[in-house]
Each structure stands twice: as structure tokens, then as C-alpha cells.
Design a protein around this ligand. Structure first.
Ligand SMILES: Nc1nc2c(ncn2[C@@H]2O[C@H](COP(=O)(O)OP(=O)(O)OP(=O)(O)O)[C@@H](O)[C@H]2O)c(=O)[nH]1
Length: 434
């Protein structure tokens, strides 16, 4: 049942409104002045408001202004009731966001028709707004809405000094699912993946699809280990999920997950930093074995190594011995063996110093499969050697290539080329390569 709040200082009008609206099947709340109306709106679920223009105390117009300043009430339909045809006042009310007006004494049939119209319009607006916030395939939040809600949550948690965790999740070998069973089957898998996420995480956790087969979960009020455990629960549930892809075929998938916690990093109440770190952990999970959750120090991890990696990344004070390379991250990836790391850098130089030219040629020749291979490989190696900027930039190009977003190839590549040149130049001069 829909609820209408009627606000008027004239008791007889309120009684009449109550009678007419209840007869039409609406639930009716009443208030004698603007202040009581605002307090009812704070505490009750109201679908629409009938608001008298002339009232003692806060006028109808000021009440309307207060309502429109409240984000939660921004779409509340308001019909103004006015005793006279005071055109200027009515125009002001419409300018301040009233949907319609009715003059008193009102004609019940006309008022009811206008109420129905306003409610229909509100429903349509809400549907459209929901569509704009939702990923059409999986029905979880889309990237923009995820970011919007996560930012809000981060600022709340920071104010009350409670922890918050962000997880990045990526389906393993998803390309193989598409390649083997077709894109439609891939879509079914994505839907099941999202459904499993909504089943595993709490109602107030924020779930979003942030890339093709990449999802994120923002968990407010959550300790790092609890966030880790929730992801581990999800990982196991997913591993055991049998997905029916039609035509009597079923398949199973796994995911790699990175979990970053606000209170484990300096200045951690920051959306980009949390996402960035969760992404780094996710990448480590991919590198290590896939079907794995990686986070800050956890019981199953080499805690010191990972803490070191994390603080190095977040302090963003990479040891610039090699330009563009976080030396500690790179060395830690080969378990601290500096000589081995030098050899790996030399190999990186040999194998990839031509990548800039090769990628440019692949773009110019529209050679999609060569481009895909080159970019995907460069992305992986950049992360292994601790070239984090290069990794980030190549990843952006990789996403565009996977999505076939040809219009952005050149500009994304220009960023990669610039960073690649810096990294290659650094290795060349430090290792004295001629
Ligand atoms: N079916 C379907 N596929 C998608 C969608 N969005 C992205 N993809 C595909 O997701 C795949 C992602 O593949 P990659 O980034 O190579 O990664 P992967 O195969 O999952 O391998 P790893 O992440 O390294 O385990 C690409 O083939 C994309 O085409 C979508 O909406 N539907």
C-alpha cells in the first residue's frame, strides 16, 4: 500500500484529504505544519507528499526547499495545495521541485488523477535510476555505482574509525570458458558468479562488477581476517558450485581474490589505494596458483614477505635503483635472491625492449591476436619484476584489447610506451647493457 503524507494547517482540509485518499486505498499520514512533516519524513516511508503552500511557521515553500536538500528525499513527489491562484508562489514551488499543484477547495477526482500521475512518474524515474546503477548482465552494482557506494562507506568508516575491507575477485581462465563453451555460456557463468557473491556476502556489503570478469566487494565494519575468511568461504563455495550452462552441460570455475584492509595501510581510508592494493594481491594470487585468496599477513602466508611488499607498495617510495621498478617488490617475488633478480631483469630487457615497437606495429596492422598476446605477456612480467606503473598501464590496455575497444588502443599504448621506455632505460643503464 502506498503512503501519502498530507500537510496542512487547516484541520478540515486534512480530514477531507484523509477521507478521500483512504477511500482510494492509500495509507494517509497527516501533519499540521512543516516541522512535523519533516520529522515524519525522517522516520517513515512516505511515497508522496501533499503540501499546503501557506502555513504558519515554516511555509510550504521552505518545507519543500528543506526536502529537496535531503538526498534521500530528492525523488519524493510533491503536490502543492494552495488556497488561491497565486501564480508567483506556484511558479516558485514548481521551480523548487514540486511536481504539480492543486488549488483549494480541490476537486477529488482531479487531485486523485494527479496523485496517480505523480506516483507513476516516480516509479519510472526510480526504475531508470536503478538501471543506470546496475550491471545489466549480473544485476549487481555497475562500476560507477560500486565506486559511489564504496566511497560513501569509506568516509563513514573513517569517521568512526572502524575497519573496512575491499576484495577484488577475478574468475580464473575465464577466456577458456568463452573459447570452449561460447560467449553465452560465459555470460551464464558470470551470472552464477554474481549470484554466489550475493549469497555469500552480507546484505550491507557492497558488490560490484568492475570489469569483464572482475568483481569487487567492499565490506564495511569488517576486520581484515573476517574479510579474508569471507572471501575464503566464497572461494570454496565457488569451487564446489556446479554451473548448468544448458544443453546438458555443466562446468565448475574458480576465482583468485585479493583482499586489502584500510587499517593495515597508512592513509588506508582511500578508495584508489585500497582497490590498487587489492588488485596487487589478486595478481599475486594469480601468479602463485590461482583459486587462492591473498591478503595482508594471514596464517597461510609468508607474512613478513607480504607485509614488506604491502608497505613498500603503499608507501609508494619505490627504491628507484632501477627507474620505474619497485626493487623490493621485484626481489621479494624471487624470494629475496638479488642475483637472480638481476638475471631476470636482464632477461626482461632481452625479451621486451622491442615490445614498444612490436605493439605499435600490431596496433597499426590491426593484428588483434598478436596485440593481445604481446600486451597480456607484458602485463604479467611487469608485475613480476615490480614495475608497478608499467603493470597498471599495461593492464588498462589489456582490458581495452580484451573488450575490443579499438578506439582507445593508441592513447593507452602511448602511456605504456612511455613507461616501458623508462623501465627499459633504467635496466639498461644500471646493468650497463650496450
Ligand atoms: N562471456 C563474457 N565474456 C566476457 C565478458 N566480459 C569480458 N569477457 C571475457 O573475459 C575474458 C578475460 O580473459 P583474460 O583477461 O585473458 O583472463 P582469464 O582467461 O580469466 O585468465 P586469468 O585471469 O589469467 O586466470 C576475455 O576473454 C573477455 O572477452 C562478458 O560480459 N561476457
Amino acid at each position: 500500500m502506498q503512503t501519502i503524507l498530507a500537510v496542512d494547517d487547516a484541520k478540515d482540509t486534512l480530514m477531507l484529504l484523509e477521507f478521500d485518499l483512504q477511500a482510494e486505498g492509500y495509507q494517509v499520514l497527516t501533519a499540521n505544519d512543516g516541522a512535523s512533516a519533516l520529522s515524519i519524513l525522517e522516520n517513515e516511508n512516505v511515497d508522496m507528499l501533499l503540501l499546503d503552500l501557506y502555513m504558519p511557521g515554516i511555509s510550504g515553500l521552505d518545507t519543500l526547499k528543506a526536502i529537496r536538500e535531503n538526498q534521500d528525499l530528492i525523488n519524493l513527489p510533491v503536490i502543492m495545495l494552495s488556497a488561491s491562484d497565486d501564480e508567483d508562489e506556484i511558479v516558485s514551488a514548481l521551480e523548487f521541485g514540486a511536481h504539480d499543484y492543486v488549488t483549494k477547495p480541490y476537486i477529488a477526482k482531479v487531485l486523485l488523477a494527479r496523485i496517480r500521475n505523480a506516483l507513476r512518474l516516480k516509479e519510472k524515474t526510480m526504475k531508470l535510476e536503478n538501471l543506470a546503477k546496475t550491471d545489466f548482465l549480473t544485476e549487481v552494482n555497475n562500476k560507477g555505482e560500486f565506486e559511489h557506494q564504496a566511497l560513501k562507506s569509506i568516509s563513514q568508516m573513517s569517521r568512526i574509525n572502524h575497519n573496512l575491507v575491499i576484495a577484488m575477485l577475478d574468475i580464473d581462465h575465464f577466456k577458456a570458458v568463452n573459447d570452449t563453451y561460447g560467449h553465452d555460456a560465459g555470460d551464464i557463468v558470470l551470472k552464477h558468479f554474481a549470484k554466489e557473491l550475493t549469497k555469500t556476502f552480507r546484505d550491507y556489503d557492497i558488490i560490484g562488477r568492475v570489469g569483464g570478469e572482475e568483481f569487487a566487494v567492499c565490506m564495511p565494519n569488517t576486520a581484515q581476517l573476517d574479510g579474508y575468511s569471507a572471501c575464503e568461504r566464497f572461494r570454496v563455495a565457488l569451487e564446489n558450485l556446479i554451473i548448468d550452462i544448458g544443453n546438458d552441460q555443466t562446468l565448475s570455475i574458480t576465482a583468485s581474490i585479493g583482499v586489502a584492509s584500510a587499517q593495515h595501510i597508512d592513509g588506508g581510508y582511500d578508495f584508489s589505494r585500497l582497490m590498487h592494493l587489492a588488485d596487487q594481491f589478486l595478481y599475486q594470487a594469480k601468479e602463485q596458483s590461482r583459486n587462492k585468496v591473498v591478503s595482508h599477513a594471514t596464517p597461510i602466508m609468508e607474512s613478513e614477505v607480504n607485509q614488506q611488499i604491502e608497505s613498500d607498495i603503499m608507501a609508494n617510495e619505490s627504491d628507484e635503483k632501477y627507474a620505474g621498478i619497485d626493487y623490493q617488490v621485484g626481489v621479494n617475488n624471487v624470494l629475496g635472491d638479488e642475483n637472480l633478480f638481476k638475471e631476470i631483469l636482464k632477461m626482461f630487457y632481452d625479451d621486451h625492449h622491442q615490445d614498444g615497437a612490436n605493439i605499435q606495429t600490431a596496433i597499426s596492422n590491426a593484428d588483434q591476436s598478436r596485440l593481445k598476446h604481446l600486451v597480456h605477456t607484458l602485463k604479467g612480467v611487469a608485475c613480476s619484476i615490480g614495475a608497478m606503473q608499467l603493470f597498471e598501464k599495461t593492464k588498462e590496455l589489456d582490458v581495452a584489447v580484451n573488450e575490443g575497444n579499438t578506439g582507445s588502443y593508441q592513447s593507452l599504448f602511448d602511456n605504456v610506451a612511455h613507461e616501458l621506455e623508462r623501465v627499459i632505460g633504467g635496466i639498461k643503464s644500471e646493468l650497463d647493457i650496450r
